[in-house]
Design a protein around this ligand. Structure first.
Ligand code: NAD
Length: 308
């Protein structure tokens, strides 16, 4: 079968979903971005007399994420045309549109239950043969596909982009035993030739390759910082530009990633490993306290640094 991706859909329009949609649109592919329907009005919406039934409120999450793409630096959007190729909607009113899509990318919160529920819905509405992939940072691809149809499982795999997806070259691709070899081969070629990525095929082990090493390195750094009494600024100074890294250092990177996502990712490995390695993947209390206060990084305006 000759495959092509003529239309894409991204489910979840947060930090990664919106910028993956932008990257797909940058290649000229019309992409629908769907997110959840808000359960509460904002103060502004209430003042405007809007209700939870109004389309503008129902599409708020994806629409605000699309607008936010214009404010990011470096820009996730290549041209004005790319922005026009991103269509916004919500997972209740626009779900039937998935029937016209060749590649559906799931980019919702790093939580197996939430992802499995999203896949049950996708399985109902996707067209036979459509590729479905997850941007999970490290949840088992096999576990996410549990209970899904045979056609879904044949066309399902992990496509793990790195932040920011337009600029980070790495794309990990994670097949399961059920993934059709033609689908895997197609996605590797598509990832390299169309998306411009350097593709690495990874096994379906907790956090795959890059995040397993990256999370380990970051948590060891934090543990050493606590033992040695170093400050956030000191650690960032010696793990950033001064040692030849392009820009981000340890805690600046965490602010970009989102502490909530990082904690999910570390917890996922912590559950799966044993012995001394398990201690390393134990998230320090101060990070959980920061999360409780909502200090989760750029997306909330306060992380290790205040958003400039
Ligand atoms: P985020 O918190 O910015 O966005 C998550 C999105 O999921 C939000 O738009 C939210 O409305 C939506 N959502 C929440 N509950 C939902 C539900 N029940 N059904 C459908 N949608 C729901 O998170 P993110 O940083 O964009 O991460 C998304 C995925 O990408 C995660 O699996 C994460 O591990 C992975 N990832 C993140 C990064 C990063 O740097 N942040 C990098 C690589 C991979």
């Amino acid at each position: 079968m000759k495959r092509s991706i003529k239309r894409g859909a991204v489910i979840g329009s947060g930090v990664m979903g919106s910028s993956i949609a932008a990257h797909l649109a940058n290649t000229g592919i019309p992409t629908m971005m769907l997110d959840i329907v808000p359960r509460e009005l904002t103060e502004r919406e209430a003042k405007q007399g809007l209700t939870l039934e109004d389309e503008t409120v129902r599409n708020r999450s994806a629409r605000d994420s699309k607008k936010a793409l214009l404010k990011q630096n470096p820009s996730p959007i290549a041209t004005k045309k790319s922005l026009d190729l991103i269509q916004v909607g919500n997972l209740e009113d626009d779900i039937e549109a998935l029937a016209d899509v060749d590649w559906i990318i799931e980019v919702v919160v790093e939580d197996l239950d939430v992802k499995q529920k999203v896949y049950a819905t996708i399985d109902k509405y996707r067209q036979e043969g459509a590729i479905v992939s997850s941007n999970t940072s490290g949840i088992s691809i096999e576990a996410m596909a549990e209970g899904r149809s045979e056609d879904f499982r044949k066309h399902f795999l992990g496509t793990h982009f790195f932040n920011p997806p337009r600029y980070m070259k790495l794309l990990e691709i994670i097949p399961t035993e059920a993934t059709d070899p033609d689908v895997l081969a197609f996605m590797k070629t598509f990832g390299e030739d169309v998306l411009g990525k350097g593709v690495v095929e990874a096994k379906d082990t907790p956090n795959f390759i890059a995040n397993r090493i990256g999370t380990y390195g970051l948590l060891v750094t934090v543990q050493e910082m606590l033992r040695g009494g170093y400050s956030v600024g000191e650690v960032d100074s010696v793990t950033g530009t001064l040692i030849g890294r392009a820009k981000s250092a340890t805690f600046r990177t965490l602010d970009v990633v989102g502490l909530d996502t990082f904690i999910h990712v570390a917890d996922n490995v912590h559950k799966e490993v044993e012995g001394a390695e398990r201690d390393v993947f134990q998230v320090p209390d101060f990070m959980r306290k920061m999360q409780e206060k909502g200090w989760i990084g750029a997306k909330s305006g306060q992380g290790f640094y205040l958003k400039q």
